[in-house]
Design a protein around this ligand. Structure first.
Ligand code: TXA
Ligand code: MG
Length: 327
């Protein structure tokens, strides 16, 4: 971890595991270092990145206001898969916030991430800017090999990819907007590792709705995002066989992959099937690994059985919707 902290302090990039997905980290208080994240990801400049810190005190130092609801959520869910959007303090670089007056902050739970943050607070700013370590718009990496496959050719010899095994949660953090609780209310910007109901229970109230015109600029809010290279379709279980039969003649057997839960596919159709977990947390853990594997195998058509439309499946359904939005 000393090597990682040194690399960050020198302005290099460090891809590292978090409990959600792998992040592509840079010194969060250095504009030049963060600029390289945008280059490597080919990320548009107006899409802000989140800052990772090792303590609640370090998070407070990056925010202009620290509402009582931020304290409540941080005490209950940090370290963990929750990002809080707050009014930024003046020393947060513009490039981090994409020119907005707010900043996203997260205290991750992965032991490797925490160890790097701790070392880096002794050797540098202790603040790591890190979006997911993949090319913009693609599927987030949940294994070090996915990072290398997605952006390895864009890193230099001074940058590092730290292998901490597979990420436990497998989907990105939940993002809660607390930047203007009194007027705009408290809003759920991206469902993720912590479910809506657990957050609302701690807040003591439901989230406020996001109206179209005041929706903040978030890349996760793009219609198509987290998308595999393959054409991907969401299909209801009852329709699965019919839709599969419809598409099957246009593809070679090795080009099509079905991600099924309950649907039963007759052997005679000559379709490759991957059984997805029936539990939302296990499904979330596996999803990106399965999609990244499909990209690696140059799968051309993914038929994905729709999971239940219940609140426990909100984060998974959100990612599936975006992964299948391009067609
Ligand atoms: O789990 C995660 O959040 C992972 C790990 C690495 O921590 N990171 C991640 O970063 O998913 P990224 O950049 O891929 O997604 C962060 C999302 C983006 O949609 C970004 O636009 C949004 O957070 N975001 C960042 N700062 C924001 C701000 N000030 N206001 C609104 N949205 C913001
Ligand atoms: Mg991302």
């Amino acid at each position: 971890m000393i090597q990682a902290a040194d690399a960050l302090a020198c302005g290099h990039l460090v891809a590292f595991p978090t409990e959600t997905v792998y992040g592509l980290g840079a010194d969060g208080l250095s504009s030049e270092a963060v600029q390289r994240i945008f280059q490597v990801k080919a990320r548009p400049a107006d899409h802000p990145v989140i800052l990772h810190v090792g303590s609640i005190a370090a998070a407070q130092a990056l925010a202009k206001d620290w509402p009582r609801q931020a304290q409540r959520l941080a005490e209950r869910f940090w370290p963990g898969p929750l990002t809080l959007i707050l009014k930024r303090s003046s020393h947060v670089p513009d490039i981090v916030t994409g020119g907005q007056d707010t900043v996203g902050i997260r205290l991750p739970a992965h032991p490797v991430a925490l160890a790097i943050l701790s070392e880096f607070s002794q050797r540098g700013s202790g603040v790591i800017a890190a979006p997911s370590a993949n090319r913009f718009g693609g599927v987030s990496p949940t294994r070090a090999a996915d990072v290398v496959a997605s952006i390895g050719d864009r890193l230099t010899v001074n940058d590092l990819v730290i292998d901490g095994g597979a990420c436990g949660v497998g989907l990105e953090s939940t993002i809660v907007d607390l930047s203007d609780p009194d007027r705009a209310g408290i809003r759920l910007l991206r469902p993720g590792g912590i479910d809506r109901l657990s957050l609302e229970r701690v807040l003591g109230r439901p989230f406020n709705a996001i109206s179209g015109s005041q929706a903040p600029r978030v890349s996760g809010a793009l219609e198509s995002h987290y998308a595999p290279t393959a054409k991907a379709l969401r299909v209801d279980a009852q329709e699965f066989v019919r839709i599969a039969q419809q598409h099957r003649p246009q593809y070679a057997t090795s080009d099509v992959l079905c991600l099924v839960m309950q649907a039963r596919i007759p052997e005679g159709l000559g379709l490759q099937c991957h059984q997805m977990p029936l539990d939302p947390a296990a499904y979330g853990h596996d999803l990106y690994a399965v999609l990244n594997d499909a990209d690696q195998r140059s799968i051309k058509l993914l038929l994905i059985e729709s999971p239940p439309q219940t609140v426990e499946w909100e984060a998974v359904n959100d990612r599936l919707k975006r992964a299948t939005a391009r067609q």
